[in-house]
Ligand binder design. Structure first.
Ligand SMILES: [Zn+2]
Length: 431
């Protein structure tokens, strides 16, 4: 496991630095701080809420378990101590793992498959809610009054995700949480979180020549300027209803056009592009000038089946407009590939360890994203992992077999476990 072992080591280093709230000699003291974090992470990585329960049983019956051999747990802590030990830590303490993961992917040239429009990499920014409830809440929850007179509590974050049209892989980057900010008068927002994200990570990721993708919400001057100031480019959806000035310019100008006829299976479609360069994004002398373009997809009967428009700082020409539109449209991938996976594929963020009083909810969702990122890194760069995935064909079967086999057998290493799953060596003898 050339990829996962260094990543697990990087994660353990972060957990080692977590604040230790334990006082005096208590039963928990047989654990290192990192054991609590690695235990929580193991559940997300194995995609099994019962992984720790099985390993505890194995530890009790056989004196050792896969918790130790695969995740380095000296002993498996119980749910409630995991919860209380992780709660006070700041989620940003886990950011170095995202950086190490990117370094690992870049080192092995894993980003090549994500390069678009020449040397650029697309980073989609999108907000998502990952908890909402009338009952369960913590002091860090955002809240809103509902029409029924009840207060609804929720947590949301701005996710930043590397995407590429034509690729079903996405790489999650550091999340920025949308939460009540210390000393702030206004409720936090997706845009404010986006600006914080750029200030914290933008300069570091400028080495990827990033093009930031986002919905219409981001397509305004202050945010576009922030992207440029941090060495990035922007390609944002631009709705006619919220950008009336641009609409006036388009209405009064002769637009450049381009058309491509394509075959989609048996169907023939036409992609029609129109664009106008150097349009002011707002009124006033200091207005930022951007390039606007639109794509329409027309079916064989001449009916428009899709229409969207975008603004960008990148040059729009007959040569680039089709790929720009394809990249702009790749933003939905964050919804489909990233959010769907972390919300519906059994990572069990909420019900496993609960909600906490300080940061637990943010820590768990960050670990969830990291598990997803680790899986992606393995899918991209780990030969042995890829061989197993190919043999077990579906994601469900892969994780199902992974959990089943580790419930009854102890593996001395990830390599032994995966070689067994790949039918390349016999399973170890039962403990
Ligand atoms: Zn909360």
């Amino acid at each position: 496991m050339r990829v996962v072992s260094p990543l697990l080591a990087s994660l353990r280093r972060c957990f080692d630095a977590f604040p230790d709230s334990r006082k005096g000699v208590r039963p928990e003291s047989q654990y290192a701080m990192a054991d609590f974090g690695m235990a929580a992470f193991s559940v997300f990585f194995m995609q099994s809420p019962s992984f720790l329960a099985h390993q505890t049983r194995m530890e009790e019956g056989c004196g050792r378990s896969n918790g130790a051999t695969l995740f380095g747990l000296a002993k498996i802590p119980c749910d409630s101590s995991i919860r209380s030990q992780l709660d006070p830590a700041r989620p940003a303490m886990l950011h170095p793992v995202f950086a190490d993961l990117m370094t690992e992917i870049e080192r092995t040239d894993g980003l090549a498959a994500f390069r678009r429009l020449g040397e650029h990499v697309l980073i989609a920014l999108d907000g998502t809610e990952y908890h909402n409830s009338y009952k369960i809440h913590c002091p860090q929850c955002s809240k809103r009054e509902r029409g029924n007179g009840k207060t609804e509590y929720f947590h949301s974050m701005l996710a930043a995700t590397i995407v590429a049209p034509g690729s079903n892989k996405v790489i999650p980057l550091e999340p920025e949480f949308i939460a009540p900010q210390d000393g702030a008068v206004k409720q936090d927002s997706e845009i404010a979180a986006g600006k914080r994200w750029l200030k914290t990570h933008g300069a570091r990721y400028s080495r990827l020549h990033p093009i930031y993708l986002g919905d219409d919400l981001f397509a305004h001057q202050p945010f576009c300027e922030e992207v440029r100031a941090n060495g990035g480019h922007f390609l944002f959806t631009c709705k006619p209803t919220t950008h009336t000035l641009i609409q006036e310019y388009i209405a009064g100008a002769e637009l450049a056009t381009h058309e491509e006829k394509l075959k989609r299976g048996k169907k023939r479609v036409t992609h029609r592009y129109r664009w106008l360069c150097d349009v002011p994004l707002r009124d006033g002398k200091d207005a930022l000038h951007v390039n606007w373009f639109e794509i329409e997809i027309v079916d064989a009967a001449g009916k428009v089946t899709y229409r969207n428009s975008f603004i960008t700082n990148l040059p729009v020409t007959k040569e680039t407009v089709a790929e720009l539109a394809e990249c702009g449209r790749a933003r939905w991938k964050i919804e489909n590939e990233a959010f769907n996976v972390i919300k519906t594929k059994g990572y069990n963020v909420e019900h496993n360890f609960g909600h906490g009083k300080e940061n637990l909810s943010c820590i768990l969702v960050t670990l969830n994203l990291l598990a997803f990122a680790f899986h992606t890194a393995c899918d991209l760069r780990d030969e042995l992992w890829r061989r197993v995935r190919a043999k077990l064909s579906t994601r469900r079967r892969f994780f199902g077999d992974l959990v089943a086999i580790t419930t009854y057998l102890i593996f001395s290493s990830w390599t032994e476990l995966l070689e067994t799953l790949a039918f390349e060596r016999p399973p170890p003898r039962p403990p």
